[in-house]
Design a protein around this ligand. Structure first.
Ligand SMILES: Cc1cc2nc3c(=O)[nH]c(=O)nc-3n(C[C@H](O)[C@H](O)[C@H](O)COP(=O)(O)O)c2cc1C
Length: 175
């Protein structure tokens, strides 16, 4: 069975911790957890199942093209690679109390960029399970384009949220 790649950024905080937790819960023999800045072109070609774990650090940051973050470098690297046969799912860290009108906006950015590569995106999550005002990551059907996690205010829900999400992805990702 082929492994799932779990690419995450940034390192050393909530994203890092949740990426490790997700890896443990799926089973460390089934995933390779790699910081996004270490991902090489060859890695992308190797994996057909990819989970991206990122955070939102402010709407300005995501809209400002001058800011070159690790994700921008990642998407530049993968520009010429077709994702047509790849399955991708996204986890987005955010804070629904301090940023209720921009809750996990960054997930939408990852979604848009990876959709341009023709990836098949899985793991949409019903927005009604979250308390927030607005988010760029919610589609017209009321679903987030991935799994939102709020470690700042709802850390006690993280394990259950990850569990349910792993279940949703189970058959497609062959966990
Ligand atoms: C400067 C700054 C801006 C943030 N902006 C947002 C935001 O717009 N929306 C959101 O949901 N969370 C926002 N957050 C919350 C982070 O996404 C959240 O704390 C996340 O868990 C941080 O992950 P990390 O510890 O790996 O960096 C912001 C945090 C910081 C420090």
């Amino acid at each position: 069975m082929s492994k799932t790649a779990l690419f995450y950024s940034p390192e050393g905080g909530n994203v890092n911790r949740v990426a490790n937790k997700l890896g443990e819960m799926i089973g460390n023999d089934k995933v390779d957890i790699i910081p996004v800045k270490e991902v090489e072109k060859g890695d992308i070609q190797k994996y057909n199942k990819i989970i991206l774990v990122g955070s939102t650090v402010g709407a300005d940051h995501w809209n400002n093209e001058i800011v070159v973050d690790e994700w921008t470098e990642f998407f530049t690297k993968i520009m010429e690679i077709s994702f047509e046969k790849k399955k991708v799912a996204i986890v987005g860290l955010g804070n629904c109390v301090l940023y209720p009108s921009h809750f996990v906006d960054g997930m939408a950015d990852l979604y848009e960029r990876i959709t341009k590569q023709n990836a098949k995106i899985l793991g949409f999550v019903d927005a009604k399970d979250y308390d927030f005002t607005d988010s760029e990551a919610v589609n017209d059907d009321g679903f987030f384009c991935g799994l939102p996690i709020d470690e700042d205010n709802e850390a006690e829900l993280t394990t259950e949220r990850l569990e349910k999400w792993i279940f949703i992805l189970k058959s497609d990702f062959e966990f």
